[in-house]
Design a protein around this ligand. Structure first.
Ligand code: GUN
Length: 279
């Protein structure tokens, strides 16, 4: 039976630590502000943006909302970002993704000043991560490292297998695990004998995007299983990339969905807003 890694509790601890830091900064006359830009009215994006703003309010970070219509032209979005880049009262800029088809996501991300890139998506932030220099870390993989550390799960020397190679999760996850001295394998849709590779893992990070694909056939006895997926099943219930009921009896530790990785992403975004304001 697995130890359940409680992402909700750990994210709350982090948010409470940040709240204290923000209160101390306020006493020194420093206020932190995050600009949150949403283009269009995608319901899932609206939920994420709402949760980010709620977390800001809890911690004491001022959030400024920019809701742009689906039809906004790229130049207008980029000129808003450029204005926010120059605004000394704004510490972080977040553009909720995905953006509508007619907008070049890479160009928009590139327009954000690396000094305010709290998502850690700018090529300069990604490059800094790669070579171990100071920069904003992408929130989901940084949150997973915190889940492991705060659950006393050793990474150094461990076999770590990441399933998925996205720019947001898989690739940065691999680099962060490597930075913690894990032995890292990145797998993807072309990997041969995925089950056998995953079964080697002491720490298995599933970011495949397929509901409940990872059954116990992919998991070594006693392994730590981190589930990045979030899906709705036929009964409208949330589930992850991992078949939780199947894997739970044999894993050493496991993150649930919901209440695992999800809440950590927002906690780490808040952490980036605070740490950005300190530099
Ligand atoms: N869309 C899905 N995840 C994210 C995220 O972490 N940041 C932003 N900006 N958009 C997202």
């Amino acid at each position: 039976m697995a130890y359940v890694i409680d992402g909700k509790k750990i994210s709350q601890e982090i948010k409470d630590e940040l709240k204290e830091q923000v209160e101390a900064l306020k006493k020194d006359g420093k206020e932190i502000a995050l600009a949150v830009i949403q283009v269009g009215t995608d319901p899932a994006s609206s939920v994420y943006v709402g949760n980010k703003k709620k977390a800001c309010a809890y911690i004491g970070i001022r959030s400024e909302s920019y809701e742009l219509p689906e039809t906004v032209v790229q130049e207008e979005l980029i000129s808003l970002i450029e204005r926010l880049n120059q605004d000394d009262k704004i510490n972080g800029i977040l553009v909720q993704l995905p953006l509508p088809e007619h907008i070049d996501e890479d160009a928009v991300i590139k327009a954000i000043s690396p000094a305010k890139d709290v998502d850690g998506f700018h090529p300069e932030s990604v490059g800094a991560l790669m070579i171990g220099q100071q920069g904003f870390l992408p929130c989901t993989p940084a949150g997973i490292i915190q889940l492991l550390k705060r659950s006393d799960i050793e990474i150094a020397g461990k076999e770590c297998v990441v399933i998925g190679r996205s720019n947001i999760v898989g690739k940065p996850m691999a680099v962060l695990l490597l930075r913690e001295n894990g032995t890292v394998t990145v797998t993807h849709s072309k990997t041969k004998d995925l089950k056998a590779v995953c079964k080697r893992a002491d720490i298995l990070v599933a970011a495949v995007g397929k509901p409940r694909m990872i059954t116990r056939e992919y998991v070594k006895d006693g392994a730590t299983v981190i589930d990045v997926g979030i899906h709705r099943n036929a009964e409208n219930k949330l589930c992850g990339d991992v078949d939780y009921e199947d894997v739970f009896p044999i894993a050493g530790a496991i993150t649930p969905v919901p209440g695992g990785v999800g809440p950590m992403t927002i906690a780490m975004l808040m952490n980036n807003c605070v740490s950005g304001a300190l530099h």
